[in-house]
Design a protein around this ligand. Sequence first.
Ligand SMILES: Cc1ncc(COP(=O)(O)O)c(C=O)c1O
Length: 436
Amino acid sequence: MQPNHLDAYWMPFTANRQFKSAPRLVGRAEGMHYWTPEGRQVLDGVAGLWCVNAGHSRPRITAAIQAQAAELDFAPPFQMGHPKVFELAERLIELTPAGIDKVFFTNSGSESVDTALKMALAYHRVRGEGQRTRLIGRERGYHGVNFGGISVGGMVANRKMFGQMLGGVDHIRHTHDPVRNAFSKGQPAHGAELADDLERMVALHDASTIAAVIVEPVAGSTGVLVPPQGYLERLRAICDKHGILLIFDEVITGFGRLGSPFAANHFGVVPDLMTVAKGLTNGCVPMGAVFARRFIHDAFMNGPEHLVEFFHGYTYSGHPLACAAALGTLDTYAEEGLLTRAASMASSFENAVHSLSALPNVIDVRNIGLVAGVELAPIAGEPGKRAFQVFLDCWENGLLVRTTGDTVALSPPLIVDHQHIDQMIGTLANAIRRAA
Ligand SMILES: Cc1ncc(COP(=O)(O)O)c(C=O)c1O
């Protein structure tokens, strides 16, 4: 392909000039693999972008989308419905922890986050605590790219270029503590007390001004940060004490990544609102959702019955194609036990990723379920470059990984097998040695 064919497309979250000087294209995908347009096979070590949890091009999902396109292409979502959106909501709440039984549909993780933040603010307002307008995020959090999400998010690169964030937002400290926790397997032992930083927010702002706190149960995009033992439980307790809503952003952890349907099930900590996307449709059709506890929904169900209760929604909320894809995805997950499969693979995956610990420049390895982060020492004065070299080397040698800063992330489709893990670790190990 000539460079001029690549010119028009302004690529998202991409080093555009570097990419266009040496493009990396995929043309086909099936199961655990991509193929380049020239036919080179690449093992998918990151489920596309943490989303293709059942592996690629699964027949049930493909057939569901094809049939839906022929039967009902679009249904207006406002003041109207179609059968599959109700069926999907019912199916989803069978998977969520007890107490979470309402589903609101969006089209992406970013939209789910902004929807959840708006729900939290509006919830307090409709029940007469409209002064609770403050939103609390966490440093090193990633909650998508919309204004709400970047405001509560904690990644400087996603914030510094965009001027004013939402007002009235503050952040608790992140939980990453390499001095005490480097090379932890699963949940690190140290750091439950970092949840007390929410008490500091309460002391500073007063609980009566705080609407909600949002965290990723496991932070993905800032380098796979696993919550310390006891941390999420403590955060939940502090929220309960002060009437603050707890939002889990499960865009990455949702749909089996940790070995349970959701991180909330896995850690036994039930939030008030949960945001999901990605694995909801196996990445096949854009879709996100917010799951809410019933009391939040019910607080809106006042006033005249002919009036809209929550002034929010998208033209494509609950789109028929997305619903068909999601139902096909849930069937595939159920038939193959994929929402719990990570639990049975976790220990061999853990041993495999920790075998990288002794390699040059590896300064931390973190893991839980089927997700891992391998952190490399940065090249002096060039942060992110060593991991990017590893990413390019892996790609050349048949493995797709993802990098963030100098951390290489692995989050394979949940159908991953032992020989895929061996190949992944072998290719990554060679790339790390070469980047020394
Ligand atoms: C935790 C989390 N929240 C939100 C998002 C944003 O999702 P999307 O890219 O679908 O808008 C992501 C994307 O990676 C994410 O990891």
